[in-house]
Design a protein around this ligand. Sequence first.
Ligand SMILES: O=c1ccn([C@H]2C[C@H](O)[C@@H](COP(=O)(O)OP(=O)(O)OP(=O)(O)O)O2)c(=O)[nH]1
Length: 153
Amino acid sequence: MAADVTILVLREPGADTALPLPEYQTSGSAGADLRADLGGVELVLEPGQIRLVPTGLRVQIPEGFEMQIRPRSSLALKHGVTLPNTPGTIDSDYRGPLGVIMINLGQQPYTIQHGERIAQAVVAPVTRARYVMAEALEETLRGAGGFGSTGRA
Ligand SMILES: O=c1ccn([C@H]2C[C@H](O)[C@@H](COP(=O)(O)OP(=O)(O)OP(=O)(O)O)O2)c(=O)[nH]1
C-alpha cells in the first residue's frame, strides 16, 4: 500500500476555488495531476516558448519529502509540450506559489486551457547526503568510463 503523506494546500488570493486540488486519477497513479489556474483565460504556448504556468496553489510538504513536478506523457507525445526542468523540485521548506515551467517543443502553438491538467506531482522521500573530502576514491571496473563507454548494442 502507498505511503500516506499529507500535503497542506493554500490557494493563492484570487485563485479559482472551483478547481479541484491535485488528485490521483486512479488508485495506482504515482502522480497527482496539477491544473493550470489562468484566471479564466487561456494561454497560448508558441513553438519554442517557455512559460511559468501558475497552479494557483501553495503547498507545505512534510520535512523529509519532496515534490517532483513531472510532464504528462499525453501532452508530450501529442503536442511536444513538456517541462524543461523535469522533474521540477519542490522543497519542503518552499512556501511560494507552485508553478509549472512548460515548453512547447512541437511545431504548432499549444493552447493551455484554464483548469487543464498540465503536469503531475509525485511526492518522494528525500535522502540527505553528507559530503566528505577524500584522498582517493575506491577503484571499480568501470573506472572513469561513462557517456557511452559501454557502446550501444
Ligand atoms: O518546477 C518548479 C520548480 C521549482 N519551483 C519552486 C519550488 C522550489 O522549492 C523552488 C526552488 O526551486 P529550485 O531549487 O529548483 O530552483 P533554483 O533555481 O535552485 O532556485 P533557489 O535558489 O531558489 O533554490 O521553486 C516551482 O514552483 N516549480
